[in-house]
Design a protein around this ligand. Structure first.
Ligand code: PLP
Length: 415
């Protein structure tokens, strides 16, 4: 069945690329931890006439008429977010995770203020005050890292740097953090230095919703998250907070930073939040973590070195230094074999961010297809054969991966 008839007529070039992408998403083992497959319902919501609407403002307080349907959609999304995460207030308008974080700066800080975040090579995100980001240019970024002996967040360092630098904002959470974030410990430090504490749970929001990762809600001032990673929604973001910060957050998102919200995305976020409140989703999130743990064990059994020795989440960071294969070389070889990962820095990396020592793997996407723990030995076996292996081996693995995935139809794809 071809679902792109009209697109094909109007723009055959783009239509054929979309079809090729569908095939790629069906035929490859997608291990990028920030990626997923949305359900057919979420996909459908993103492709609706809501994309035609303008609705600057918030429900009941818009700068445009004709909001009879948009207002209830945004209200439903907000209420579902509040109930799923147990928060007082939710703003579902941020265009994506990076603008959501920028809105937090706008709400609570002034240019030049100090922000404390995890260093990028330790697993932090660009928007936590890293130099090349606007947040590290307009604000003064100071950093914490992980302990060399454990590969886990160095909370002593967080406290030392916080006491010395007196940051206005502290970010906890990151983009390559395999272990549980200790929100309560961060909260104690933030209280001590009177800083606003932000939990950036972009990666783990789905795990938090399903209660397989502790919630930051009782501990932090603001929760920032994307909606498209483990939460399995459309590309978008949310900011959640206690009632006392609601006004500041809303003002910062609009009119502070953005114009009209992407209403088709808001509708799809609402659908994803409804799905995330089901027992099916909770089982899914438990499976994501079980798969990641097993994949880690199977990789370790084949001599791969895991940062922090394993995972509590959906994510694994593999240090390839001892194997003698740079991360980029490994990632390229795996891609040729139909296994999609990204190269990544590892803590204390001696190589550069563009040519680092590690790869980052995650299980959200393959778990959405129904792949289970019993399959992780195969996945680890393929990675083992390809990293440092021959081109002929890559080709053999490519065939095996394709045959394997034919048993697991991807959600939302008509194949
Ligand atoms: C993915 C991510 C973001 C940014 O999200 P985008 O939607 O890519 O802008 C922010 N913070 C963390 C921790 C992330 O992992």
């Amino acid at each position: 069945m071809d679902r792109h008839v009209e697109l094909g007529r109007t723009d055959p070039e783009i239509a054929s690329l979309v079809r090729a992408e569908e095939e790629l998403q069906q035929d490859t083992l997608r291990l990028i931890p920030s990626e997923n497959y949305v359900s057919a319902a979420v996909l459908e919501a993103t492709g609706t006439v809501l994309t035609n609407k303008y609705s600057e403002g918030y429900p009941g307080r818009r700068y445009y008429e004709g909001q009879q349907n948009v207002d209830p959609i945004e209200n439903i999304a907000r209420e579902r977010a509040k109930s799923l995460f147990g928060v007082d207030h939710a703003n579902v308008q941020p265009y994506s995770g990076s603008p959501a974080n920028l809105a937090v700066y706008l709400a609570f800080a002034r240019p030049g203020d100090t922000v404390l975040g995890m260093a990028l090579p330790s697993g932090g995100h660009l928007t936590h005050g890293w130099g090349v980001s606007a947040t590290g240019t307009w604000f003064r970024g100071v950093r914490y890292g992980v302990r060399a002996d454990t590969g886990r967040t160095d909370l002593d360092e967080v406290r030392d740097v916080a006491l010395r630098e007196r940051p206005r904002l502290i970010f906890c959470g990151g983009t390559a953090v395999p272990r549980t974030v200790d929100f309560a410990a961060f909260a104690e430090i933030a209280r001590e230095v009177d800083a606003i504490l932000v939990a950036d749970v972009a990666h783990i929001a789905g795990l938090i919703a399903a209660e397989v990762h502790p919630s930051p809600v009782p501990h932090v001032d603001v929760v920032s998250t994307t909606t498209h990673k483990t939460l399995r929604g459309p590309r978008g973001a949310m900011l959640m907070c206690r009632a006392e910060h609601a006004k500041a957050i809303d003002k910062a998102v609009f009119p502070g930073l953005q114009g009209g919200p992407h209403n088709h995305t808001t509708a799809a976020i609402a659908v994803a939040l409804r799905e995330a409140a089901t027992e099916d989703f909770r089982a899914y999130a438990r499976q994501v973590v079980a798969n990641a743990k097993r994949l880690g064990e199977e990789l370790a059994a084949r001599g791969f070195e895991l940062v922090s020795g394993g995972t509590d989440t959906h994510l694994l960071l593999v240090d390839l230094t001892r194997r003698g294969v740079p991360g980029k070389v490994a990632a390229r070889a795996l891609d040729r074999a139909g296994i999609v990962v990204n190269y990544n820095t590892v803590p204390f990396d001696t190589r550069s961010p563009f040519d680092p020592s590690g790869i980052r793997l995650g299980t959200p996407a393959l778990t959405s297809r129904g792949v289970g723990v019993e399959d992780m030995a195969s996945v680890a076996g393929w990675i083992d054969r390809v990293v440092g292996g021959s081109e002929a081996e890559e080709a053999r693995v490519r065939v095996e991966v394709r045959e394997f995935l034919a048993r697991f139809p991807a959600p939302g794809l008509a194949v």
